[in-house]
Design a protein around this ligand. Structure first.
Ligand code: MSP
Length: 525
């Protein structure tokens, strides 16, 4: 039985409602999952929320709520957003779920012998829930160092607890990373990991917190005075879920962990070391960790504590309120605007520009013109036959269209979403140019009916292919194009995209309202 493709998103902190950065990871993960499903593969997409730790406890206290009650409320914001954006996950794990808590305790009990009990001196970044040793802070000395990752002030810590050996695993990790050049992607992050591993790692990672300071966490099984460090707890979800669902055989190892670049160290250093200490072999390590870039506003990373967040719900339901496929427009923008892995600048102008040009002028126009001409010249029925004459033009568009699935496959094997969309949109542009060059209206005037129908046949086939290949990116738009063509259901199989012709009976078109109403409607609406 082929392995189920197992894709994960990070578990989002429930200290605040989701923003664009969170939605980015989930949209990308959902797009990849949908792509594999379209290829007929079994897929399991795991997402969820990270609900323990000081950061959540503080946010709950500030809201005057108990942590669990607070988490129960915020988690709904995530679920609602995923539903709004068409994120189709197979399981939603909350780290406060008893089955997960139990599994974490079991792992700790299993690791008890390898952990060291000691007192830790160092620095702690509460917003990142991350420890830093003086060594790692390098040149920063004195009493107020800042976090190397988020630049916020660190708090001194001096705590007794249990420690996972990091440095003792460094050689193993270095060798593993060297043998698996695609373990971390993109290449910049792989190189970053290698440079991190060229320096000595801290000897240990403290994986407990004293209850006296942080009570909101999973009770450590062997110490009544400690809870489990939130990262240790959260990372384990990737393996606890397949285990408690009884699907570890089929799912593990994870095929892709999608993360943002700020949590590379946790995923590419701590996580494999945890698994290695748990006795997993090299072949059982996660196959790929992809660390994408940040969405920024101006020069800054978008983040709640910087107070510069953009709420995706507002973008979709307010800015794009007149768009029938607002969520898909948003998904398209995120995946097309910036090469996955690089940082991007978010602005409403950039979003509206993509909507107006790529989606309105190019894609929407192609669909609308083609279907309107089929209405007018073919009595609203899909023309089936290839036309006589101009075979060279037909052939060149046909070969471009039927090559798109392979190009998509290549781009998505590298998780290059923007280049995949660029390829699809190139086909759209070429098809629009084909309309100009073939000028169906002139063919109609001149009475060249067979050729006219042939041209519209080619265009209908291109639309059919576009509907299929767009499915992972814009599922609702894909379904709408499919239905407007009068085809049944929704695109099911990517392999159908390379078939030409794929439309076998002369179906009647369905109603075809404009997919992307013009910009003015947004402004005045
Ligand atoms: N709870 C941890 C992850 C634990 S995984 C076992 C966490 N949560 S988070 O809510 O802070 O971040 C979740 C994801 O959102 C991370 O991948 C992070 O990189 C991403 N983003 C948060 N802000 C971002 C941007 N401004 N831009 C893009 N993504 C960023 O970290």
């Amino acid at each position: 039985m082929p392995k189920t493709i197992y894709i994960t998103t990070p578990l989002y902190y429930v200290n605040a409602a989701p923003h664009i950065g969170h939605s980015y990871t989930s949209v990308a993960a959902d797009c990849l999952a949908r792509y594999h499903r379209l290829r007929g593969e079994e897929v399991f997409l795991l997402t969820g929320t990270d609900e323990h730790g000081q950061k959540i406890a503080q946010a709950a206290a500030a809201a005057g709520k108990a942590p669990q009650a607070f988490a129960d409320e915020v988690v709904e914001r995530f679920r609602e957003l995923w539903s709004l954006l068409g994120i189709r996950y197979d399981y939603f794990i909350r780290t406060t779920e008893p089955r997960h808590e139990q599994a974490v305790r079991e792992v700790l009990t299993q690791l008890r012998g390898t952990l060291k009990q000691a007192t830790y001196q160092g620095w702690y970044c509460t917003p990142d829930e991350t420890f830093w040793t003086q060594e790692e802070l390098g040149h920063q000395s004195g009493s107020s160092p800042t976090c190397p990752s988020c630049q916020r002030p660190l708090e001194p810590t001096n705590e007794e607890g249990w420690y996972l050996p990091l440095r003792a695993n460094q050689r193993w990790l270095q060798a593993f990373v060297a043998e698996h050049p695609t373990f971390v992607q993109p290449e910049t992050r792989y190189n970053e990991l290698n440079s991190l591993l060229e320096q000595p790692l801290p000897e240990y990672l403290c994986i407990t917190r004293p209850k006296s300071r942080v009570s909101w966490g999973i009770a450590a099984p062997f110490s009544p005075n400690h809870v489990v460090y939130v990262w240790f707890d959260a990372l384990l979800n990737y393996i606890t879920v397949p285990k408690f669902l009884g699907r570890a055989q089929e799912l593990w190892p994870a095929d892709v962990h999608f993360i943002g670049k700020d949590i590379l160290r946790h995923h590419a250093v701590y996580w494999p070391i945890m698994l290695h200490e748990m006795g997993l072999s090299d072949a059982q390590m996660p196959r790929r960790i992809f660390a994408h870039g940040w969405w920024k506003i101006g020069e800054q990373k978008m983040s709640k504590s910087l107070g510069n967040i953009v709420d995706p719900t507002i973008v979709v339901t307010q800015l794009l309120k007149d768009q029938p496929y607002a969520a898909d427009v948003y998904r398209y923008f995120l995946l097309r605007e910036v090469p996955f892995g690089q940082d991007g600048l978010f602005s409403e102008e950039a979003l509206v520009k993509r909507l107006t040009t790529d989606l309105g002028n190019d894609l929407g126009n192609l669909v609308n013109r083609t279907l309107s001409m089929i209405d007018r010249y073919c009595a609203s029925r899909l023309p089936l036959a290839a036309g006589p004459g101009c075979a060279v033009d037909d052939e060149s568009l046909r070969s471009l269209a039927t090559a798109v699935p392979a190009a998509l496959e290549q781009a998505l094997s590298e998780l290059n979403f923007s280049s995949a969309l660029e390829t699809i949109m190139r086909l759209v542009t070429e098809a629009n140019q084909y309309i100009e060059s073939q000028a169906p209206w002139s063919l109609a005037k001149a009475g060249h009916t067979a050729r006219l129908h042939g041209v519209l046949h080619v265009l209908a086939e291109v639309l059919r292919i576009v509907a299929i290949v767009l499915q992972p990116f814009m599922p609702s738009v894909s379904a709408a194009i499919w239905q407007q063509l009068g085809l049944e259901g929704v695109p099911q199989r990517l392999s159908d995209a390379a078939r030409w012709p794929g439309i076998s009976d002369s179906r009647a078109l369905a109603a075809h309202p404009v997919l992307f109403p013009r910009m003015e409607a947004i402004k005045t609406g």
